[in-house]
Design a binder for this molecule. Sequence first.
Ligand code: G3H
Ligand code: 13P
Ligand code: ZN
Length: 310
Amino acid sequence: MPKVGTREMFKRANEENYAVGAFNVNNMEIIQGIVEAADELKAPLILQVSAGARKYARHEYLVKLVEAALITTDIPIALHLDHGDSFELCKNVIDGGFSSVMIDGSKHNFEENIRLTKEVVKYAHDHNIPVEAELGKLAGVEDDVKVDQKDAFYTDAHQAAEFVERTECDSLAVAIGTSHGAYKFKSEPKLNFDRLKEIQELLPEKYPLVLHGASTVIPEFVYLCNTYGGKLGDARGVPEEMIKKAAGMNVAKVNIDTDLRLAMTGNIRKAFHDNPENFDPRKYLGPARTAIKDMVIRKIKILGCDGKAF
Ligand code: G3H
Ligand code: 13P
Ligand code: ZN
């Protein structure tokens, strides 16, 4: 089966109140673990590549690895650019075989974000490729930050409606309190679901929203990393009930990277500890691949996209 775009995936996800998992990939074992999980649960899948991943593994290798995965399964898989920051990068990956792109203009002011997003949308739509854009600041919003300051981080609902109308982007990443990495909250995790509701009410019906920074930072994996020599400190993520709640609203795509990193690294640390004489990479990358697969199975069940591939 060829790579697919995300329009059909998102339409069905919002009609049936689930979300599709978008997992960051950097090498063969990560791709294999994710695809095996999605294939086993018959879930639609988004594999996403950051600029850093593309630099690390190289564009050609990642595209060919995903094409190899598509030979092994008949589930729909989208190959998506994560956090594209320029028109040139988006154009390059579209020309080079990606089936979906994100242009992240969130660091720019509103008008510049619109200008850049429109430029990408024009090129992408001419090539039948859907575009995710971002509005709002994806930073941890702490309890001790004043309400009006918090507001400056969250996506503004009226701006979101204007942004989507003017840019014609196909999905929108919104800021409601999540952030990237393993240290998302200083104290209790809190997401602004009222803001999410307000945004979805002002956008066209069932318009697909995207949640970045959505890893849960599951304590058992932080513990696993720390038990075998890691020093992760006060790591904290988005509880699974909150991810479930978002998936039941108009959030159609949920981004996960940190949880895969923790599962992979924890298991590699353990493999080194359990077998200190080993120097065969297959003996630590193999368990790491299985850990990725198990983590993705857990995520797919939380998101409710199991059995939704066909
Ligand atoms: O949102 C960022 C993803 O976790 C990718 O991270 O830029 O280190 O590849 P990266
Ligand atoms: P996490 O760091 O929470 O996994 O978020 C990943 C992400 O948003 C990738 O774009
Ligand atoms: Zn992100």
